[in-house]
Design a protein around this ligand. Structure first.
Ligand code: IPE
Ligand code: IPE
Ligand code: MG
Ligand code: MG
Ligand code: MG
Length: 358
């Protein structure tokens, strides 16, 4: 399989998604300012990775692409809302996103927050409307897609991870065992997931070079964070990344499988693949924040260091982080190997995730 064939296929899927997203924006009742701000962020490009994953998972399970389009649009809406809110001054305070000024820079904070809120609700409306307009999707299937999306996006998924990310930035100790992360939420599959399995992300090689924290910094709640072990810090970091980014990515795979009414085994395989590439994706995002170029990234690098974020390269260094991402790609490819030749795009995509420059 050549790289160019993969790129052509990616481009085809991206076009399908762009067209479908435009079709979801025809909302007569919305104030113009809201419509403009939502369109500004949603149609600003972006890799469209999550919706592409929905379509690929649907395809590998033998589904019909048209049944996966509403879920693909919905997850991109949730992702875009998460980016708008992530960039707010009260969060990462970023000025550039997808090659443009961030939403709050153009429309002000209030409208940026509301644009995010609208995208969140539009996501569920999009899935629900597909159910009412298409005879081929049952109410039960719609309810299942909504559950998957809500679980991936909510407190035990993306939003919870964002909370832990901010708490870690502010010096709080993220207690993985008691942070509300449930194994059944973090991953309903047999590969690394959940509070216990996250420990499997960590090998001695990972944390042997990590200094033990001797700081006397305190969390917002006054909790003493000194003397965290190296292992604990890597576990904490892995859990933050699995939740804030991995959950939506694994959710995309799960959604795609659901739209194809896949069996439990195939769902588990795809979910496992999703968790591996999800963590690899955020490790690469952390690396690009150190090594990347604004003209390619469409966002300003160096922000993680400015903000004191807990990141893979910050904790483990560039080489160990790259090796970790590479190992996760291998695991992801193994998880879908059983699909044989049909898994080729998923394998190519896993590789793209760690080799990308944007
Ligand atoms: C950026 O996601 C936010 C993270 C979860 C790291 P992407 O890198 O997928 O952003 P777009 O959608 O391509 O803009
Ligand atoms: C964001 O992670 C994850 C989200 C849930 C949006 P980052 O804060 O690292 O994403 P970027 O680097 O701003 O895109
Ligand atoms: Mg962030
Ligand atoms: Mg950010
Ligand atoms: Mg980042």
């Amino acid at each position: 399989m050549t790289i160019s064939a993969f790129n052509v296929h990616l481009e085809e899927l991206r076009t399908v998604i762009e067209v479908a997203l435009v079709g979801t924006l025809d909302h007569a009742g919305w104030p113009n300012s809201l419509k403009t701000s939502v369109e500004y962020s949603l149609m600003a490009g972006g890799k469209r990775l999550r919706p592409i994953l929905v379509l690929l998972a649907n395809e590998v399970c033998g589904g019909r692409q048209e049944d996966a389009i509403p879920a693909a649009c919905a997850i991109e809406m949730i992702h875009t809302y998460s980016l708008i809110h992530d960039d707010l001054p009260s969060m990462d305070d970023d000025d550039f996103r997808r090659g443009r000024l961030t939403s709050h820079k153009v429309f002000g904070e209030a409208l940026a927050i509301l644009a995010g809120d609208s995208l969140l609700t539009l996501a569920f409306e999009t899935i629900a409307s597909a159910g009412t307009s298409s005879g081929s999707v049952s109410g039960q299937q719609i309810a299942e897609q909504m559950r998957i999306l809500a679980s991936a996006a909510g407190g035990s998924g993306m939003v919870g991870g964002q909370v832990l990310d901010l708490e870690a930035e502010r010096g709080a100790f993220v207690n993985v065992e008691n942070s509300g992360i449930h194994a059944e939420n973090a991953g309903k599959h047999s590969c690394n997931a959940g509070a216990t399995a996250v420990r499997k992300d960590v090998s001695f090689a990972d944390f042997s070079s990590v200094p033990v924290v001797k700081s006397t910094s305190r969390s917002d709640s006054g909790e003493n964070v000194s003397n965290q072990s190296a292992e604990t810090r890597v576990v904490e970091l892995s859990q933050i990344h699995r939740m804030k980014t991995g959950s939506l990515i694994a959710g995309a795979l799960e959604l795609g499988a659901a739209t194809a009414s896949a069996n439990q085994e195939n769902r588990k395989r795809l979910h496992c693949y999703g968790h591996c590439i999800g963590l690899a994706f955020q490790i690469t995002d952390d690396l690009l924040d150190v090594t990347g170029d604004q003209s390619k990234l469409g966002k300003k690098p160096g922000r993680d260091a400015d903000l004191g974020k807990l990141t893979y390269p910050g904790l483990l260094g560039i080489e160990t982080s790259r090796a970790k991402a590479e190992q996760l790609v291998q695991e992801a490819c193994e998880a879908v190997a059983v699909f044989g030749d049909r898994s080729r795009w998923l394998k190519e995509l896993a590789r793209f995730i760690v080799e990308r420059d944007h």
